[in-house]
Design a protein. Structure first.
Length: 366
């Protein structure tokens, strides 16, 4: 099923590079890279600065894959100097963004939709400074927005889970009840409903119901692995044998729960290929719903450093490989050929508009 696998190897290269870079001591809050990349050293120096959300640069999720875009950009243009500053809470957003302005950064990339108001505030105060933000539309003329219609990838993940469950019950839960999280969960839920419709089945989703979002299950954190494990074990006790956590590092608790379950529980990871970013739990990941942050951030930084600063925004979709399914990795032989063929067809039908996704968080490309 090669059409699903185009995205993951490219993104995985960036994430793997970051994982290697983070071996040894954990980086400090602000970390710079040398400009000793493989590209030519001629041209203007370019300071690429990133303000991370909570969870750190090695969160196995959106912070990590976003910063991997910086390191990949530096490989292409050695004049790019990437640095980051971590946020410990939302109270750090404005101070961190303001500090990066003061450093003289050529562009500042903010990671996470929770930073939208802070980015807008600081960007309006500094109209000559270039900003970009992950998981948010542009909120000002000097802000480039990265958005990902991961409801499409989540739909494939839900269809896959419905086709692989042995108990007839699957689950999903999130870190916070915010659109960049629930958009995955909506897609998962809709994918299961579509499978049921097409197959005359009644696979049940627990932890989330698009039609009753107030009843969703959340850890209220992107870092609390203990909460992630507890939630996962609760859903498993209710019959779910495949679960998709959408919760950054909190989702690693689901990996621990799967490990403790001894093979009766499997997972679908999100944002990155879990077998790369959380490889210790690879044997429990049927696949991952990817968000190609690495390539999009790299493209933005490389173009900006060349003087061709992108404006407006970007929406990642199945069609442009901004979202999708990672390889099945250790489950490749266990996923039936018929199900792989169906997933290819579902993917194309979403691209062609034959399948209507109704999630209120769905993003329309401009």
């Amino acid at each position: 099923m090669t059409s699903f696998h185009r995205l993951a190897p490219v993104a995985a290269v960036g994430v793997a590079a970051l994982l290697l870079a983070s071996c040894g001591d954990r980086p400090t809050d602000t970390q710079g890279s040398s400009s000793g990349g493989s590209a030519s050293g001629s041209g203007e120096k370019f300071a690429a600065c990133m303000v991370l959300d909570t969870g750190g640069v090695d969160d196995r999720s959106f912070n990590q894959s976003s910063y991997a875009g910086f390191t990949e950009a530096q490989k292409e243009n050695a004049n790019i100097t990437p640095t980051y500053i971590a946020s410990n809470s939302d109270a750090d957003y404005v101070p961190n963004l303001t500090a990066e302005v003061g450093k003289g950064c050529d562009t500042i990339v903010a990671v996470g939709g929770l930073m939208a108001d802070a980015v807008k505030e600081v960007a309006e105060q500094n109209p000559d400074q270039k900003f970009a933000e992950i998981d948010s539309a542009s909120g000002a003329d000097n802000v480039y927005g990265f958005q990902y219609n991961t409801v499409e990838g989540g739909f494939l993940g839900g269809y896959l889970a419905a086709g692989m469950t042995k108990t007839g019950t699957v689950g999903t839960w999130g870190g916070l009840n915010i659109p960049p999280v629930t958009i995955y969960m909506d897609g998962f839920w809709e994918g299961v409903q579509y499978y049921n419709q097409q197959k005359g089945k009644s696979v049940k989703v627990i932890g989330w119901d698009e039609k009753n979002p107030s009843g969703g299950t959340f850890s209220n954190s992107f870092t609390d692995q203990a909460a992630g494990r507890s939630i996962t074990e609760t859903l498993a006790s209710q019959g779910a044998d495949i679960i998709m956590p959408v919760a950054g590092q909190s989702g690693l608790g689901a990996g621990a729960a799967a490990e403790a379950a001894g093979g009766s529980l499997n997972l679908i990871w999100v944002d990155t290929d879990g077998c790369v970013s959380a490889e210790q739990y690879c044997k429990y990941f049927i696949s991952s719903v990817t968000k190609n942050l690495t390539d999009a951030v790299k493209d933005y930084v490389v173009k900006s450093a060349a003087g061709d600063v992108p404006t407006g925004g970007y929406v990642g979709t199945l069609e442009n490989d901004g979202t999708g399914l990672a390889p099945f990795n250790q489950f490749d032989a266990q996923v039936p050929a018929e199900l792989k063929t169906e997933l290819d067809a579902v993917k194309q039908d979403i691209i062609d508009g034959k399948i209507e996704i109704t999630s209120p968080s769905a993003i329309k490309a401009s």
